[in-house]
Design a protein around this ligand. Sequence first.
Ligand SMILES: [Zn+2]
Length: 194
Amino acid sequence: MRYTWTLVTLMSATVWAADSYLVVQLSNHSAATRIEIAGAKSEASRLLSVVGMKIRWVDCGRNETACPESNDPRTFVVSIEEMIPARLVRSLGYSTPLTERANRAVINYPRIASMPGVSVECLIGTVIVHELAHLLFRSSDHGPGLMKVEWSPEDMVRIGQSRLKFSPEQAARLHDGLRSRAESETILALNRDR
Ligand SMILES: [Zn+2]
């Protein structure tokens, strides 16, 4: 009996560890400073830690070749950009949730830097997490809190105070999305071994 309990505990711990982290390859092609990037990473990590997830950051700087494309479906490519297509200049960020890999997001630095009432660091970090959620949900749909289609001036104040959150349902969906990616990576790994 004790042996069974130990085994179950170990298995649970293993499943949680495999499910609960994602990798973000972050590049900066904007005027964002090192301090702003560090603050943004810290805020994004904090927002996901609240729902039991960890980000492993890979800093790509301005050099794309520093971060080769990964086959791991838990790896996301996020770039902070200065040059944004005209049709998207009013968006704080955008991502590719409906593509096969659903792993890319762009953060619109000039738009973020122009927003009043919130620090650039907090807003970049929050937009990164909003876009990661779209990618994990594989959906461009919006919802309450962190997943609002547009944040009000009051929301911006909450973002600056680290008070905007995921709902419990959104948190569960994040874990579902990451779990299915972890499972597909296991299948890929098994296929590669054959
Ligand atoms: Zn959105």
